[in-house]
Design a protein around this ligand. Structure first.
Ligand code: SAH
Ligand code: SF4
Ligand code: F3S
Length: 435
């Protein structure tokens, strides 16, 4: 019997990269058997699926390639895929001759050819994979990531993603629904819809497709038999119209957690970032959401120290934090990225100032999180168990996306239980299964 090849794949970045890695695994397995390994030393193929959104991970990439090259098996191939592949292209071969192939974030379907061709490179950001029906592979049987669009049209001035993933094209509804049906039939009760700008769905398809928007897509997905929970990321605050908020609020299968990437609370900075909304619009949408869905959890992304950000601008961001009291916040110091407009803007903020602002924002958010966690004591929540942890603990998410852990048997994986919260902590609510 022929031995199967071993594949080591490291996935950095966002959920879209997680799904791209699953697609690569699926495609590679189409006509050759691969098993996944967590040891790069024993792999026949090493793939790094990279992220380019901030500068630091890009620096780390080259030292990491060096380490893989030193310890890899003789003849093993090293591939750099994803967003950094898209934006650095051939420079990767120049800086790291040990790399065998470079495959951009929009060229995932070519992975088999990449592995089989010497010094293969394809980083075309105009390549259209929106109608490509990928083979099937998922890490989890309980939760299924499903792409609904590729690329991003927004051109936020700080962001490299439009330069790594190209223009935005929606995936045909029929393909999405077929994928959801397949995943649900295999036991995935939770569907996670993915795109850089999900609530812009339906604006442009690559062929002639029936007219539909994101609200319509959500309704279609919720009608699939077996689907119990629907999540999605990332929606854009600009496109949070009333219709969208109403579908979100009223559809009982849509999980009550909303990502609202703020970026900045200052309308002036939002303009500089080309986000397309004001502080007032953002607050109006967030407050309307809290009013329509009282138990909603709102998460956000914030960038501090964008070029030209004054103390007063930063105070506006702190003010939005006070008013919205996000249940989750991902915050970063602005990182200048090549190819972006902001990289050439004046008004760079000194790094100590940036660090101090980030620390203040995060410090205040931790206090808010402690208050939010404390308020969950004694509450009962429906938790969908996704993972068995050590010492007989199960981990899962409440309907509004709190991470919950409770003692329980692995037979509960893929099942939803009612849990009473007995020990709420900042990042995990501990509880006990009631029913
Ligand atoms: N499409 C998503 C974001 C994808 S990038 C959206 O619009 O929300 C994920 C997050 O990385 C962004 O929300 C932003 O907060 C952060 N980010 C992007 N570019 C950055 C940069 N140059 N410096 C620091 N953070 C950045
Ligand atoms: Fe980047 Fe803006 Fe597109 Fe998000 S919406 S991926 S931040 S350009
Ligand atoms: Fe990173 Fe690309 Fe996602 S830059 S955040 S992996 S879209």
């Amino acid at each position: 019997m022929q031995e199967t090849k071993k594949l080591f794949i490291e996935t950095l970045g966002c959920a879209m990269n997680v799904r791209d890695s699953e697609h690569m695994i699926a495609e590679l397995n189409k006509d050759e058997a691969y098993t996944l390994t967590t040891s790069a030393e024993e792999a026949d193929v090493i793939v790094i699926n990279t992220c380019s959104v901030r500068e630091k991970p890009v620096h780390k990439l080259f030292s990491e390639i060096g380490a893989f090259a030193k310890h890899k098996k003789a003849g093993a191939k090293i591939g750099v895929c994803g967003c950094t592949a898209s934006h650095l292209g051939a420079e990767i071969f120049r800086r790291a001759p040990a790399v065998d192939f470079v495959l951009g974030a929009r060229n995932v379907s070519k992975i088999t050819k990449a592995v089989r061709t010497s010094k293969f490179m394809d980083v075309d950001i105009d390549y259209d994979e929106s109608t490509y029906a990928f083979s099937d592979f998922r890490h989890s049987t309980h939760k299924a990531y499903v792409n609904i669009s590729i690329g991003c049209d927004k051109q936020c001035t700080y962001c490299i993603v439009p330069h790594t993933r190209g223009e935005e094209i929606s995936i045909p509804t029929a393909l999405i629904v077929a994928e959801v049906e397949k995943a649900a039939a295999k036991g995935a009760k939770e569907i996670f819809l993915l795109g850089q700008n999900v609530n812009n769905y339906g604006r442009r398809f690559s062929g002639n497709e029936p007219k539909i928007n994101f609200s319509g897509l959500l309704t279609r997905v919720s009608e699939v038999v077996g689907v119990e929970r629907i999540r999605f990321t990332s929606p854009h605050p600009l496109h949070m119209d009333d219709e969208f908020l109403e579908v979100f609020a009223s559809n009982p299968k849509i999980c009550k957690s909303m990502h609202m990437p703020l970026q900045s609370g200052s309308t002036h900075i939002l303009n500089q970032m080309k986000r397309g909304y004001t502080k007032e619009w953002f607050l109006d949408r967030a407050m309307k959401l809290r009013q329509m869905v009282p138990d909603v959890a709102i998460s956000t992304d914030v960038i501090v120290a964008f070029p030209g950000e004054s103390e007063a601008d930063f105070e506006e961001t702190m003010d939005v934090l006070e008013k919205v009291r996000f249940e989750q916040m991902f915050s970063f110091k602005y990182s200048p990225r090549p190819l972006t407009k902001a990289a050439t803007m004046e008004g760079a903020i000194a790094s100590e100032v940036a660090s101090a602002r980030l620390a203040r924002l995060q410090g205040r958010h931790e206090q808010i999180l402690d208050e939010i966690a404390g308020a969950q004591l004694g509450k009962q929540m429906q938790v969908y168990w996704e993972e068995a942890r050590e010492e007989g603990m199960l981990a899962g998410r409440s309907f509004s996306n709190f991470l919950v852990q409770a003692p329980g048997d692995a037979s509960l994986l893929g099942v939803t239980s009612l849990v009473r919260i007995t020990n709420p902590r900042r990042l995990v609510l501990y509880g006990e299964v009631v029913a």
